[in-house]
Design a protein around this ligand. Structure first.
Ligand SMILES: Nc1ncnc2c1ncn2[C@@H]1O[C@H](COP(=O)(O)OP(=O)(O)OP(=O)(O)O)[C@@H](O)[C@H]1O
Ligand SMILES: [Mg+2]
Length: 234
């Protein structure tokens, strides 16, 4: 079943279009990656899908329902969460307070969900009363992902979750992405660590200069010599 589909998106900032006619889809249970050089428009694509930017053209559907032009607070209520590339936690709050902020639109009791999120990230439970500003980069990223999971989303958008982390932590973050996916969340992940990401991805899209230039299974992209040379550093 299709959980997310963006068709022919054109979008940008002010008068300037950055993305041109980009289409992507995500099925239930999938991990799909978006890779491409700096400035390709990867973050712009996620921001457009999540309603932070309004596309000048194109349609976005979440679980079969059109969400084009809806604001992020409406979109989260419909089952899609987003972890931005930067400023994705509240450093002056504790871990638990950050997670509770993620449940802000819930009107029901979120305590069960909090325990499920802690089950995915035991370390966060251990340190739940610690201020997030005192955590390492990898731990902060876990908080950001945990916060996004508090609404029990069907679809999760991750922008560069492993950015600027040491190799061991990069591996840990990818393991967490797989764990989250196994709980039934379909995931779109934007990444600089393209090879690592493609290894855990069912499918991938390559963006360059605001356009989709290639798409295939994660495995096929990894094996494609031309794509490797152009976009995966040889
Ligand atoms: N707030 C903004 N206002 C104007 N232009 C922007 C803004 N944010 C990004 N851009 C421009 O849009 C283009 C695409 O940026 P985007 O952040 O989507 O790229 P990216 O693929 O995510 O790159 P990176 O790998 O560096 O994160 C770039 O040319 C960038 O300068
Ligand atoms: Mg980006």
């Amino acid at each position: 079943m299709r959980v997310l589909e963006a068709r022919n998106l054109t979008s940008g900032y002010g008068e300037t279009d950055i993305l041109h006619d980009v289409s992507i889809k995500l099925d239930e249970k999938e991990i799909v990656s978006i890779i491409g050089p700096n400035g390709a428009g990867k973050s712009t694509l996620l921001k457009t899908i999540f309603g932070i930017l309004r596309p000048s053209q194109g349609v976005i559907e979440l679980q079969g329902e059109e969400i084009t032009g809806l604001s992020p607070d409406k979109i989260v209520r419909k089952g899609m969460s987003y972890v931005p590339q930067v400023d994705n936690v509240f450093p002056s709050l504790t871990i638990q307070e950050n997670l509770e902020m993620g449940a802000f639109v819930r009107t029901d009791d979120y305590r069960d969900r909090l325990q499920e999120v802690y089950a995915l990230f035991p370390l966060l439970k251990e340190r739940r009363n610690q201020k997030v500003g005192s955590l390492s980069g990898g731990q902060r990223q876990m908080v950001a992902m945990g916060r996004a999971l508090m609404l029990d989303p069907k679809v999760l958008l991750l922008d560069e979750p492993s950015a600027s982390l040491a190799p061991l932590l990069v591996e840990m973050i990818f393991e967490k992405i797989v764990d989250i996916n196994k709980t039934g969340v379909a995931i779109v992940v934007v990444e600089q660590n393209a090879r690592e990401t493609l290894k855990i991805s069912d499918r991938g899209y390559v963006l360059a200069m605001g356009r989709k230039v290639f798409e295939d299974t994660g495995k096929a992209i990894l094996e494609n010599k031309e794509v490797g040379k152009l976009y995966l550093g040889g």
